[in-house]
Design a protein around this ligand. Sequence first.
Ligand code: TXA
Ligand code: MG
Length: 356
Amino acid sequence: MERLVQGTRVLQVDSAHPEPEIIDQAAALIRSGDVVAFPTETVYGLGASALDGAAVGRIFEAKGRPNDNPLIVHIAERSQLSAVVREVPAVAERLIDLFWPGPLTLVMPKHPDVAEAVTCGLETVGVRMPSHMVARSLIQAAGVPVAAPSANRSGRPSPTAAEHVVEDLAGHIPMVLDGGETGVGVESTVVDLTVTPPMLLRPGGVTLEQLREAVGAVDVAAAINGMEAGAGAIPRSPGMKYKHYAPQAPLILVTGPVHPMQEKIRDLTMEYQEEGKRVGILCGAESRGVYLASVVLEYGARTDLAGVASDLFSTLRAFDRHGVDVILAEGVPVEGMGLAIMNRLRRAAAGRVVEV
Ligand code: TXA
Ligand code: MG
């Protein structure tokens, strides 16, 4: 099935067995120097040939992305790696064996053939091999490594369904491959392997615990725990300094033990309602019935953090449709996938965090 939204073609594709004739149309766009949005197991990506600087420029333009925030290069086969990186550190081999294909991006020394525009002039490049069949077939059919950031307007929550891509980018890109909802729901984990020990730059689909079990010590970049880089500081991962994941209404993140956290959110709800504001609450399924607000949306059970990750961005986007003035969000424990979830919620809150 195909539909047209403001000139953007949205093509349905089977996520387990992608139809070659559909993949070929998307691959032809990439080969011709254009961009196409496609599903991965984490979020939808907006791809272009990583070897073509002008094509990569189209990605930045469509997203409104600051031009000092580098892109991740996606490959379909281990053999493509030597075209993207200059050398593969020993620690990379182990991580590749364990986690590729999958939601892990490895930062390594950049190969000169990768367009400058991909890495924004950095000497390093982030690479990953996605496990989603549509992504892999597309990269294979295109015959080139594919640079792809998340397929959202810069600053918005990452897209976990084709509809989110359409919301943000219809009219700005020629094609979206609609392979249904993505699974993991938060982006890949980004690890810098050019330093010893390796440094976690962005928590994601592969947990810090899994990384440490695989390779021993792993450092954690300061910005991940909510600290924004101070004035003049050089963020390790350029993406960490920008506004991100924001729904239209301001979001206030409340963290702490469950009962005081709920109590605080109830107090804040009343305060905002007294100001005449329409309050939205983002909470765990366990808090069902606890809040009296205009809009209460659940991100799933707090006991199932993988499930929370999977629904997080679509729930954030859903608040836009409800037209709330402020969103109060419950935090989750910072363990396993909780680290990635809290990182996204903190960034969506842009500093508005209440710890009880
Ligand atoms: O799951 C994902 O990673 C998705 C899908 C589409 O693969 N992609 C994604 O890309 O999330 P993007 O552009 O939204 O986020 C890439 C992150 C940014 O924080 C960027 O700063 C960081 O990776 N990054 C990319 N290359 C880097 C490098 N050479 N050094 C440090 N950080 C890098
Ligand atoms: Mg992104």
